[in-house]
Every structure is written in C-alpha cells, then in structure tokens.
Design a protein around this ligand. Structure first.
Ligand code: FE2
Length: 205
C-alpha cells in the first residue's frame, strides 16, 4: 500500500520518486549504524518513503515555484500536518511510524523547526533520522528553486547543523554510514526498482 501511495505521489511531483527511495536508503544506512534490529530496519525502510506524502495536499503551482513568498512557505509547511493526518489512527507499526515521520521530519533538535517546535528527544527517533536523510538529499539534488550542491558540501552542512537542526548522535551515525550513503548516490533508484528489490517482503505482506 505504501509503495502504491508513493507511485500516486510521483504523478503529482516527478522529483518525488527517486528522492523518496534515496531518503529510505540513507535512513536505513543511518539506522544500521545505530544498531537497529531487523524489525526496526524494516519499519524505517518503508515508513520513511512516506515522509512527504502530505505534499499531495499542496497545489503543484506552489510546490514548483522558483521563488517562494512567506505565504507559499507557510502553505508548504502544511505538508507535515497533512501527512500526519493521512496516517492518524493507524494500528500497523509501519503506518504508525510513517505518520510520525510525516508529521515531525521538519522539527529541529533545538526546537526551532515546524509544525510544533518540539525539542530533542520529544521528536520521535525515526523522524530525527529521516530529518538528516531528507536534508542531505535535498542539498545534493536540483530543485526548481535551487541548484544541486556537492556531496562534500552537503556533509559539511549536516555537520555544521549538529545540535541545532539535527540530533548530534544521529549526525555521528550519519558520518559512520557515509560509505553506504555514497554508494546509494551512485545508483538510480526508482520506485519500480524498489518494488522489484523488495518483492519477497511484499509477497509475504
Ligand atoms: Fe518534507
């Protein structure tokens, strides 16, 4: 269901497809260096894919602008609450975590993020991981409003924001996971590739 949802989101924004799969790969790599159990790795693998699902509720004309006004930015911020609402009340562990990630992945460790300004460990762990994975991918990718940066520049930004935007312990796990993250960047990951690679799990599910 999550992957079908992801395909639907890709129709809204063609940038989404590869981005969400890469974010899932980086999140897994970070979670591995935090010694997550296989069960928790599976949860973050799939739940992280849905971090931006709330963007289906934001008009494409706003999402693809070159210059955002503060009003546009406020509208885009709503994707967190929309994503949280999509999964609210879910009982399955993956969907529950998907809701947490969608709602809290733009919170900052120092409390200056959105939508609630939660601080440190008040932000769910899975969302603190995806926050780094997502920010890293956005920095190295081209967007309608910005050019892509080098991997080294992105690593420098993540390190610089240790303790402000990002959880210091998870920044360390990200650094440890860099060899695997660099490998991910070399490959093209589409949702269709992902479906093929995860067929065995999907059949079981
Ligand atoms: Fe987001």
């Amino acid at each position: 269901m999550i992957l079908r949802f992801a395909i639907a989101a890709e129709y809204k924004d063609s940038e989404i497809g590869c981005h969400i799969i890469r974010v899932s790969d980086y999140s897994m790599a970070i979670a591995r260096s935090l010694n997550f159990s296989p069960k928790k790795l599976k949860i973050i693998r799939f739940a992280s894919i849905m971090h931006d699902i709330g963007k289906i509720g934001i008009p494409s004309a706003v999402l693809h602008k070159k210059d955002f006004t503060s009003k546009d930015y406020d509208r885009i911020k709503e994707h967190t609450k929309i994503g949280g609402r999509i999964f609210s009340g879910s009982l399955s562990p993956i969907l529950k975590v998907a809701g947490e990630i969608a709602l809290y992945h733009h919170e900052w460790y120092d409390g200056s993020g959105y939508p609630f300004g939660l601080k440190a460990r008040k932000i769910p762990l899975y969302a603190r991981i995806v926050a780094i994975a997502d920010a890293f991918d956005v920095i190295v990718s081209e967007r309608s409003y910005k050019k892509s940066e080098t991997i080294d520049k992105a690593i420098e930004v993540i390190k610089r924001r240790k303790g402000t935007q990002f959880d210091p312990g998870i920044v360390d796990a990200f650094i440890k996971a860099l060899p695997s993250i660099r490998e991910t960047l070399k490959a093209t990951h589409t949702i269709d590739d992902f479906l093929k690679e995860n067929k065995r799990f999907l059949r079981k599910a």
